[in-house]
Design a protein around this ligand. Structure first.
Ligand code: THG
Length: 275
């Protein structure tokens, strides 16, 4: 499982304040803690409060890289902010450009631009593409799969390896009125998306989105993670510091025969994922 640790995000008050005050220690501790907890990548999102988002992205990337070499996942809806991060990132061990829709009303070529940016960033750079287009987030299964198919065919046309592509089916909070049907729809969409290319594209979700504003957050996240792993989810942007969540992850992968069973499978899994 490719685990993208979610915590370096300006959505959290301590990160927002650290960005405003240029407090490196808060960021570097989060980078180290998440790496030790098993992060494959560290998500880096400046949030919406930063006055200059491009400068904030560069400061975060440089600050993290001073203290650890875990590859980064540059998270912004603004291509300019991702491009700013790419100027200073070390992509030798990989980098993810997070994220792009298939197209936008004011930018039909946005996916192509992200593919080009990834190509320039180096052979280990990947992209996350959302099953979303100029009409927004689709409500039904078929449109999600159709958009995923267009994303896959566009990457193939460009000769971009499907192993460098992550498809994100966009998980919405279960609490939002009328959104409760979406989590089940996403699982059905995953059943189909995994067959769109060979080798299959990765599939990822922003797991914590699901439980935003809800009670029993960790439980909701854990159960959905296990269900989605059984449908082929092989990546998630998630809270790696939630040990119960990480144990569910290891157990679900073991039950899907992706990890060999031994009496100490939990321990083996966690040490295998530690840098
Ligand atoms: N897909 C992709 N990237 C993403 C998302 C996605 N990046 C951002 C987000 N969604 C994933 N990361 C988070 C990080 C935190 C939370 C949810 C998703 C979260 N934050 C608390 C909240 O809102 O309740 C903040 C609480 C606090 O302030 O302490 O839940 O879907 N590709």
């Amino acid at each position: 499982m490719i685990i993208i640790a979610e915590r370096i995000n300006g959505m959290f008050t301590n990160v927002k304040e650290a960005i405003a005050e240029k407090n490196k220690q808060v960021i570097q501790e989060l980078a180290k803690k998440q790496t030790e907890a098993g992060a494959t990548y560290l998500d880096v999102n400046v949030g919406t409060a930063a006055a200059d988002q491009e400068a904030a992205m560069q400061w975060l990337v440089e600050t993290i890289q001073e203290t650890c070499s875990t590859p980064l996942c540059l998270d912004s809806q603004k291509p300019g902010v991702i491009a700013a991060g790419l100027k200073v990132v070390n992509a030798d061990n990989g980098v993810i450009l997070n994220s792009t829709p298939l197209n936008k009303k004011n930018d039909e070529e946005i996916l192509d631009k992200h593919i080009e940016m990834a190509e320039q960033a180096g052979p280990k750079a990947s992209i996350i593409a959302l099953t979303m287009d100029k009409n927004g987030v689709p409500q039904d299964i078929d449109t999600r799969v159709a958009i995923a198919a267009e994303i896959v065919s566009k990457t193939m046309e460009k000769g971009f390896d499907s192993r460098r592509l992550f498809i994100d089916t966009i998980l919405l909070p279960v609490k939002v009125p009328n959104a409760q049907v979406q989590s089940g729809n996403i699982l059905t969409a995953m059943d189909q998306i995994k067959y769109l290319a060979d080798p299959a594209p990765h599939m990822t979700v922003g797991l914590s989105n699901l439980s935003q504003g809800a009670t029993e957050r960790s439980l909701i996240n854990r159960v959905f993670l296990a269900m989605a792993i059984s449908r082929g989810l092989d990546s998630a942007i998630a809270d790696v510091l939630d040990q119960d969540l990480m144990n569910v992850l290891a157990t679900a992968e073991m039950l899907m025969n992706k990890q060999i069973y031994s009496d100490s499978f939990l321990k083996v899994y966690s040490s295998a994922n530690k840098a």
